[in-house]
Design a protein around this ligand. Structure first.
Ligand code: UGA
Length: 305
């Protein structure tokens, strides 16, 4: 098959693209290498991929001869208050509008990477897909807006869209602004880590290779218009995660406590019943194993000259 992967130079997109290539699919990567974090890291992620530089908020997406679009491009990060909101609107809503419109016109499926952040402080835990969405971050609001936009293009133009709500993916290449990447980096360098709040906030951490498998299964098997949580592996508090990484690395972390951050939810916990029932997918990587893989990947890089 021939797929477009948007955000193909990113943490998740690059590993999705590589997994597709390994299966024998042809991948046309698209990325605009924004400077939300060091674009050199994206160049590194993209080293073995064929990636076109396209700014989806401004340029058309060519879907001639394409069998499906994995739409992972976007402006990430829940701590998104302030003037940066314009970038969230542009890179999430405006870019997705073009992707959905192009896919509807070409009659190809879009698998859209949404986020657990659309639940905000969730109505219930573990959180099923029909819980009321009530995001508490500007980022989450734009992701929810993108989901709604996909519905609108499905209703108005027959778009075949599948929405996936990713729960805090981690593993090799994790974005450097994310907590586990910062912890691993601090352990490797002997630097300090700023913990936002009391560290008892928890996440349904999802190992990236598991999430990539769910994303491919959604393209291949999900009914049109379906919506799934991708998570539900191990829920852990930040203090648990720090303890596990200390054990894995054999080092102790210098934790500096700071105030809680606006936009952060206290807890995420995925109910993954639906994706397991429909697609036969569930998260299988134990947090300790996944963190070991992330530590190994990051510590070698820090040690390298
Ligand atoms: C992450 C991603 O950043 C979002 O792009 C994504 O949409 C979301 O997961 C999701 O999957 O729903 P988050 O869960 O907040 O968002 O992930 P982290 O940025 O790794 O933060 C995890 C926890 O660590 C948060 O409670 C945060 O307050 C804390 N943290 C983060 C710190 O204590 N210190 C830091 O330096 C960074």
């Amino acid at each position: 098959m021939r797929y477009v992967v948007t955000g193909a130079a990113g943490f998740i997109g690059s590993q999705l693209a590589e997994a597709l290539v390994a299966r024998g699919d042809e991948v046309l990567g698209v990325d605009c290498f924004t400077d939300y974090y060091d674009p050199a890291l994206k160049e590194e992620n993209a080293a073995n991929l064929d990636i076109a530089r396209v700014d989806l908020a401004e340029q058309e997406l060519d879907l001639e001869g394409v069998d499906g679009v994995f739409h992972l491009a976007g402006q990430p990060g829940v701590r998104s208050f302030g003037n940066v909101f314009e970038e969230y609107v542009r890179r999430n809503l405006l870019a997705s509008r073009r992707v959905f419109e192009a896919a509807a016109a070409a009659g190809v499926r879009v698998v859209f990477a949404s986020s657990s952040s659309i639940y905000g402080e969730a109505e219930r835990y573990p959180t099923p897909e029909d819980a009321e969405p009530r995001p508490i971050s500007p980022y989450g609001i734009t992701k929810l807006g993108c989901e709604q936009l996909a519905h609108a293009y499905a209703a108005g133009f027959g778009l075949d869209a599948v929405v996936l709500r990713y729960f805090t993916f981690y593993g090799p290449r994790q974005r450097p602004d994310m907590a586990l990447a910062r912890i691993v980096d601090a352990l490797a360098r002997g630097a300090s880590f700023e913990l936002y709040g009391d560290g008892l906030q928890s996440r349904s951490f999802t190992y990236v290779a598991d999430g990539v498998a769910a994303t491919i299964a959604a393209m291949q098997q999900a009914p049109a218009g379906s919506l799934y949580n991708v998570g539900g592996g191990e829920e852990a508090t930040m203090r648990d995660a720090i303890g596990t990484l200390e054990a894995v690395s054999g080092r102790s972390l210098d934790v500096v406590e700071g105030p809680p951050a606006a936009g952060d939810v206290r807890r995420t916990s995925a109910d993954a019943t639906k994706i397991e029932r429909d697609l036969g997918w569930r998260a299988t990587t134990a947090l300790e194993d996944g963190l070991r893989a992330q530590w190994k990947w990051a510590s070698v890089r820090v040690a390298a000259p």
